[in-house]
Design a protein around this ligand. Structure first.
Ligand SMILES: C[S@@+](CC[C@H](N)C(=O)[O-])C[C@H]1O[C@@H](n2cnc3c(N)ncnc32)[C@H](O)[C@@H]1O
Length: 320
């Protein structure tokens, strides 16, 4: 398997503090995202739309979350040099692939297009538009429960999971289902962002809102009964489910285009967009329902974090 680990210290571009914003890029430190919509029969709460399957997902499902997902997809393709996975799969015998928590289905679509002889199944609790490729299908169910596939004999050669953190309450049940629905010798691959802002800067802003929000997610996890930190637990849980030869690689997502390296600079640009289009949605429901915050407090926290990024003082990165 190719070694993707990033060097221990990412060199900082000295021009970063004089970074020029492109049009519209800096507008986000005066308003937090809030998109209201009456479309579809979903619940709208505090200006964001939520999908109400079972006890509901605490993150919104709307135009802003779609942009967030598109940005993550492009970021991952860039990071993986336009590859859809890093598992050492024999591509010539890749018959069936599952994408668990497929969301908009961008990854599943890309794989279906690249491997036209492979059956790709996107699994999600939320409805998705009809797939555009004949070898792609979408099935709606909770992946922690027994998988009911159109073809009950189907077993997967690759199961892909990306950015499912918080969505799943019972990870052991999810990995068990994956294991049971895979061929012997198949691979499972998962990518999750660690909600922890690291920096190699000698000085850290004493009142960093970004760091404070990361620390706060531990309380949010406890209040919501959902794990924001699955990235640190998934290797062990995957092994406990019975998988062997489990490998973990830690990549770095710079928050902003601060690295000198051109690829990491672009990754930083995408990750900043991902953070800015995601933050309000990650906080809003859990903070207002379970942490006693008002909507204004949530928006204020977002604005302060965005202002901190836009000040271009700090060189944070989040592990992936
Ligand atoms: C943030 S989106 C990630 C989309 C996609 N994996 C990507 O990386 O572009 C998470 C998706 O997981 C779905 N999801 C959450 N819990 C799930 C579960 N238990 N079973 C199936 N899908 C789930 C949500 O409905 C949502 O569409």
């Amino acid at each position: 398997m190719e070694n993707l680990n990033h060097p221990s210290i990412i060199p900082v571009d000295e021009q970063y503090s004089r970074y020029q914003f492109t049009e519209g890029e800096a507008d986000d430190d005066t308003s937090a995202y809030s998109v209201a919509s009456s479309a579809y029969n979903f619940r709208v709460e505090n200006g964001r739309r939520y999908h109400d399957y079972k006890d509901g997902h605490p993150f919104p499902y709307d135009e802003v979350s779609e942009e967030n997902e598109i940005v993550l997809h492009e970021l991952c393709l860039l990071l993986l040099d336009n590859n859809y996975f890093v598992s050492p799969v024999d591509e010539s015998s890749l018959r069936c692939v599952a994408d668990v928590g497929t969301g908009l289905g961008l990854w599943a679509e890309g794989v279906a297009e690249r491997y036209p002889d492979t059956q790709v199944v996107g699994i999600d609790t939320a409805p998705r538009p009809s797939p555009v490729f004949p070898n792609l299908s979408h099935i709606m169910f909770d992946a922690t429960e027994e998988w009911v596939l159109d073809d009950p004999t189907m077993k997967f050669d690759l199961v892909h999971i990306r950015s499912l953190f918080v969505g799943v309450k019972d990870w052991d049940a999810l990995y068990k289902q994956c294991f049971e629905n895979m061929n012997s010798g198949a691979w499972i691959e998962q990518m999750e962002v660690e909600i922890e802002a690291f920096t190699d800067d000698e000085e850290i802003l004493p009142d960093s809102h970004i760091t404070a929000l990361c620390n706060f997610t531990r309380e949010m996890s406890a209040a919501a009964g959902r794990d924001f930190q699955i990235s640190s637990a998934m290797k062990q849980k995957v092994e406990e489910a019975g998988f062997v030869d489990v490998q973990e690689q830690r990549l770095k997502l710079p928050l902003g285009p601060w690295p000198t390296d051109p690829k990491l600079k672009d990754v930083g640009r995408f990750y900043e967009r991902f953070y800015k289009t995601g933050l309000q949605g990650w906080l809003l429901q859990i903070c207002t329902r379970s942490m006693g915050w008002t909507v204004d407090q949530v928006n204020d926290a977002c604005i302060k974090a965005f202002q901190e990024i836009n000040s271009r003082q700090q060189h944070f990165y989040f592990p992936l």
